[in-house]
Design a protein around this ligand. Structure first.
Ligand code: F6R
Length: 256
């Protein structure tokens, strides 16, 4: 894991955006895994401003609420089109988001996995992290080998996401999410986290034991993970000084 600590969310986002921009320039038909929520908003704004060519890019989103109409303002379909896709030259048929209204959810989950495989796998997966350590909507105790499937959100996640829906009761309890096994197959993972409310989950994920109680901790087993943090999100890390030292002393050819 490479931990990159920057003074502000924008500075941490700039590093992440450069990593993605480099990938899209080197591999114009790259397959990106994308996340929603507050964290990647800055990233999407920054990528839009970079005016990259998305015409051959394929995307797979991590998750979607079950039962929300696609057009609902809080569906992840709406989120992605509003905050990224409508602003770039992506081809509509290359965008994939789990179908929260599928008649046969298990079958549509299997088909989602199949489509990822057919696309050649995910080159780079963007991740946020929940205050409980979830990635995608893989809540604590999720199988570390899980695939795309239905999950029930924890009370904590419903509380955390109430800000988008006006109340905790209005947050759908069920979601479709890529599994942890699915995320671990991405060739590269890029996790972003900002703010003190993420500090504990980040420290456990980076420096704690690998455990399904903090699903993000499995990323310690992945060979290529970059974690872009602002100072508050890094504030519980025991080895923050070492991580800063590593970043400041990167060999020229490794600079991001
Ligand atoms: C959303 C997702 C979630 C969020 C996490 C953090 O697609 O995968 O894991 O990244 O809930 O959400 P924010 O960024 O709103 O704090």
């Amino acid at each position: 894991m490479e931990i990159i600590i920057q003074p502000t969310p924008q500075a941490a986002t700039d590093v992440a955006a450069r990593i993605i921009a480099r990938l899209l320039r080197e591999k114009p038909d790259a397959v990106l895994g994308l996340a929603t929520g507050s964290t990647p908003l800055l990233l999407y704004r920054t990528l839009i401003a970079m005016d990259l060519d998305w015409s051959r890019v394929t995307t797979f989103n991590l998750d979607e609420y079950i039962g929300l109409p696609r057009e609902h303002p809080q569906s992840y379909h709406s989120f992605m089109w509003e905050n990224l896709f409508q602003h770039v030259n992506i081809a509509k048929d290359r965008v994939h988001i789990p179908d929260g209204n599928a008649k046969d959810i298990p079958r549509s989950c299997n088909e989602y996995e199949e489509r990822i495989r057919e696309a050649g796998g995910i080159d780079l997966q963007v991740l946020g992290i929940g205050t409980d350590g979830h990635i995608g909507f893989n809540e604590p105790t999720s199988s570390l080998a899980s695939r795309t499937r239905i999950k029930t959100l924890t009370r904590q996640t419903c509380k955390d996401n109430a800000r988008f829906f006006g109340s905790e009761q209005a947050v759908p309890k069920h979601v479709i999410t890529m599994g942890i096994g699915t995320i671990m197959e991405a060739r590269q993972n890029l996790l972003l986290a900002f703010g003190t409310n993420k500090a504990r989950a980040v420290a456990e994920a980076v420096e704690g034991p690998i455990t399904s109680i903090n699903p993000a901790s499995i990323l310690q087993m992945h060979p290529v993970v970059k974690v872009c943090l602002d100072e508050p999100a890094a504030s519980n890390l025991q080895r923050a000084d070492y991580f800063r030292w590593v970043y400041e002393n990167k060999p020229e050819w490794q600079t991001l």
